[in-house]
Design a protein around this ligand. Sequence first.
Ligand code: PBG
Ligand code: ZN
Length: 322
Amino acid sequence: MLIRLRRLRKLPIVREMVAETRLSKDMFIYPYFVVPGKNVIHGIDAMPGINHFSADTLVKDVEKGLKLGINKILLFGVGEEKSEDASSSYSEKSVVANAVRQLKAAFGDDIYIVTDVCTCAYTTHGHCGILHDNYVQNDKTVEVLAKMALSHAQAGADMVAPSDMMDGRILGIRNKLDQNGFVNTSIMSYSIKFASAYYGPFREAADSAPGKGDRKAYQMDFRNPNETMREAFLDEEEGADILMVKPALAYLDIIHRLKENTNLPVACYNVSGEYSMVKAAGQKGWIDEQKVIMENMYAFSRAGANIIITYHAKEILEKGWM
Ligand code: PBG
Ligand code: ZN
């Protein structure tokens, strides 16, 4: 007797029945770039379909997204005044705090708001922290991040997501939030964030490229899988609620390993460069864009991601691809 695996592949109906990986719109978090001003909707060249929004146009776009089931968003602030000490990052009037307040006033708990917590879009030098003697100062930066997280929580953010890679920032942020009564504000840690060239288009979008040098003295070396687990376990001990791997596509092994080694929910960030590559090849007609996008989404889920942060989310739901 020959074992025939093709029996269960014969018809769509049976393929659907035995599918081992399923996707749900509830897994998606959709990123947004918020800028100062009014009535702004401004495209980002390297990220077709993604825009800069001012708070007012953001509210309208989120309203459309909510109808599709995009009810979890990740906010990045862009275009704020830059300084050495990143003081605009934790102002109660920051573009992010302002957007959070307006979104919460419009939609309340129908929208779940995550805010990115990092200084790189708010510093003159573009590094993810406070620079002294050509070095990003760890503990000083954690203080700023904690203030920034608190200002977002005060505006009404449901979850803060530190993306800086300083040591001890989860503990610093957790303590700050708790001391100020925000015990229910969650933390999604960019736990395993690699120093990656895949962030290129984002740095244009967020105007956050480092003026000098790179981020290798704080972001992770992509050659070090064991060290990724040390990062993740420390964040877990310090009180993170969700652990993230970023980028996603080139790091499916890390997503899988993390999923096998933690009981926390695992998120992955399908970053700007991954998005732009698919979009560019799709526009050229070199790949079937829809099929490639969905294959990637299933890959994230199969690898072990419970949560997928992706710029594709809106299009997938808009066009009914799942
Ligand atoms: C800022 C930040 C970056 C991304 C998210 N937060 C860029 C970086 O670290 O240089 C990348 C997101 C993307 O590429 O889509 N710390
Ligand atoms: Zn940063």
